[in-house]
Design a protein around this ligand. Structure first.
Ligand code: NAD
Length: 433
């Protein structure tokens, strides 16, 4: 098939690259010239494990193209996938500016029948808006709109795309249904075929449910701390139950990233506009907002409320491991508080330091974990990178000034920390002191 992908971010680039690897001809378009320049050189503008090999292979084999020229990119395409951002507006709603701009441009350049598919996460009813915008410009040219929400996870995006658990296809015509089913055939046999509104809702319902699981286990963790129970064992005990499952039951400092925070608030706004007060998701958001500050409280207890002049080593800046994405990362809220209290904050992240410096003012970063923790008064773990899970605690003990670890991601066992004689405070478990 001939596919045009609009937007070369985490979703557009990965989808484009994977569809081309399956033998389709794919042209990816972006308005960001610097991204396209890099991509044409075979380099990825985002960090995503394995992606550069896929880009280079498919560029070399002549199936993958990059351009800033939408008109040219969509000329021969049967399918146009829209994968531009839908960030959160001040009032919590999803901002559809990028989507509407793309729809305008597609309408202006539409010469023959195409299926215009929204991969971006968009409020229920957006398919209709896209259709109206394109119709305004398209004259007599026939087209179909469709919704195909994306479920990939940053950090394992290629795997998730090639081993899709399900494809949700929201359509208005049989022609679009058949073509999109055909496109997804090599990726999954679980195809949920539905109308556009339902497909749009499936994405929000899925993300809000996952966010709910996280805030739920974090509240259990908070109660565990008060009662002397261990949340990791509680989660293990719950997770064997197939009705519950063990995914998304890791207590910690909550979720961040470009999806859950904006999608939960968009769902609340969508429900409100429909006249419904979505109470559970509002509480999920509130719990999550507060949870990230647990590490600050625990750090203050460990350092007896005196952070002034203390060297605090932050391990992990990205919102989760295996990505350089800093959107809504807990580090963005936590670090300025420590800086304001007079602490000397030094941070290390295997890949996100450069992006972090763009969003956290006066952030001092190091190239290695060892430099970050040298003479440290306390280590604060904000992201569960494998590199941190595997750290040599004997070496750590030698490098730091005080053997204090505040672990926002529960990456070490209590027994190990007792044995190594660290002060160790984590989430929903007893503090080792
Ligand atoms: P992103 O910000 O990484 O990428 C968006 C890209 O679109 C940017 O490169 C931008 O330059 C480009 N763009 C903006 N306007 C354009 C235009 N008019 N023409 C061409 N390109 C344009 O965003 P993302 O993380 O890939 O997310 C995209 C959508 O997918 C969002 O709605 C998001 O909620 C959803 N989503 C994201 C993820 C994820 O893990 N990142 C997962 C599932 C769904």
């Amino acid at each position: 098939m001939d596919i045009c992908v609009v937007g070369t971010g985490y979703v557009g680039l990965v989808s484009g690259v994977c569809f081309s690897d399956l033998g389709n001809r794919v042209t990816c378009v972006d308005v960001d010239e610097s991204k396209i320049k890099k991509l044409l050189e075979g380099k990825s503008p985002i960090y995503e494990p394995g992606i550069e090999d896929f880009i280079q292979k498919n560029l070399n084999e002549g199936r993958l193209f990059f351009t800033t020229d939408l008109k040219k990119a969509m000329e021969s395409a049967q399918i146009i996938l829209i994968a531009v951002g839908t960030p959160r507006k001040q009032n919590g709603e999803a901002d559809l500016t990028y989507i509407e701009n793309v729809a305008e441009s597609i309408g202006q350049n539409l010469q023959d029948y195409k299926i215009i598919v929204t991969k971006s996460t968009v409020p229920v009813g957006t398919g209709k808006i896209i259709k109206e915008i394109i119709s305004r410009h398209a004259g007599d040219v026939k087209f179909d709109v469709a919704s195909n929400p994306e479920f990939l996870r940053e950090g394992s995006a290629i795997y998730d795309t090639l081993n899709m658990e399900r494809a949700v296809i929201g359509v208005e015509s049989e022609k679009a249904a058949n073509l999109l089913k055909e496109l997804h055939k090599p990726l999954t046999s679980n195809i949920v075929l539905t109308d556009i509104e339902t497909a749009e809702m499936i994405k929000y319902a899925s993300n809000a449910f996952l966010a709910t699981k996280i805030s739920f286990i974090n509240e259990i963790a908070n109660v565990c701390e008060l009662l002397g129970a261990d949340v990791t064992k509680v989660a293990e005990g719950m997770g064997y139950d197939k009705r519950i499952g063990n995914a998304f039951l890791q207590a910690g400092i909550g979720y961040g990233g470009s999806c859950f925070p904006k999608d939960t608030s968009a769902l609340v706004a969508i429900a409100e506009q429909a006249g419904y007060d979505f109470r559970i998701v509002k509480d999920v958001e509130q719990v999550n907002k507060e949870q990230r500050f647990k590490v600050v409280d625990k750090l203050k207890v460990a350092l007896k409320n005196d952070l002034k002049g203390k060297k605090i080593s932050i391990l992990g800046l990205a919102f989760k491991p295996n990505t350089d994405d800093m959107r809504d990362a807990p580090s963005v809220d936590v670090i300025p508080i420590l800086q304001n209290e007079g602490a000397e904050v030094v941070a290390y992240d295997p890949v996100a330091s450069e992006n972090a410096q763009k969003v956290i003012p006066n952030l001092q970063v190091t190239d290695t974990m060892q430099e970050a923790i040298l003479n440290s008064d306390a280590i604060v773990i904000l992201t569960e990178w494998n590199e941190f899970k595997e750290m040599d605690l004997t070496e750590v003990a030698r490098l730091v000034k005080q053997k204090i670890i505040i672990d926002g991601r529960n990456i070490f066992s209590i027994e190990k920390m007792e044995y190594m004689k660290f002060y160790y405070a984590s989430i929903g478990r007893k503090t080792v002191s």
